[in-house]
Design a protein around this ligand. Structure first.
Ligand SMILES: [Zn+2]
Length: 159
């Protein structure tokens, strides 16, 4: 399995290479390199976002009512990923174990408990709910902005 540091290094390297290709193409007066397709951008954003969330919450472990420390294994979305406007919002996700992530889709008693936890621990929850219902489709520009913001987050020194 790839470690967190390895995954981050890989994403950074790819971004740097892409930037170099862009610069070179610019210098040579070539046409702009082909733009990423929207589904690819979404996939990339998901991958980086998941790394950030898992890294952020690794020390805490899965927050959902375990009696012992349970390692973070995945990126748990409070409001499901289908809501693009909050899909990459740092306050709409926590690092959780696989089992809790799965249970959230299956067990409405568990959902109830999680939402109670969220109301206590995520001050922006109501705001996120509102943003989630934005009807306007999310365009390429916005997805690219999210991409560069997420990249900047992993490139910033981690405190
Ligand atoms: Zn769990």
């Amino acid at each position: 399995m790839t470690t967190y540091a390895e995954a981050i290094a890989k994403i950074r390297l790819r971004a740097e290479r892409k930037e170099k290709r862009r610069e070179k193409a610019k210098e040579l007066g070539l046409r702009k390199p082909k733009l990423d397709k929207i589904p690819l951008l979404i996939k990339k954003n998901d991958a980086i976002f998941s790394l950030i969330i898992r890294g952020r919450d690794a020390k805490r472990g899965c927050p959902f009512f375990h009696e012992v420390f349970t390692p973070v294994q995945c990126c748990f979305h409070i409001i499901p990923r289908g809501k693009h406007w909050v899909r990459w919002d740092m306050d709409n996700a926590v690092g959780s174990c696989h089992s809790c992530n799965y249970r959230y889709e299956q067990d409405h008693f568990f959902v109830h408990d999680v939402i109670a936890w969220v109301r206590k621990n995520v001050p922006r929850y109501e705001e996120i709910m509102l943003i989630a219902n934005t009807k306007e489709p999310m365009g390429r520009e916005r997805l690219e902005k999210i991409h560069s913001d997420l990249l900047a987050k992993i490139q910033a020194p981690r405190g």
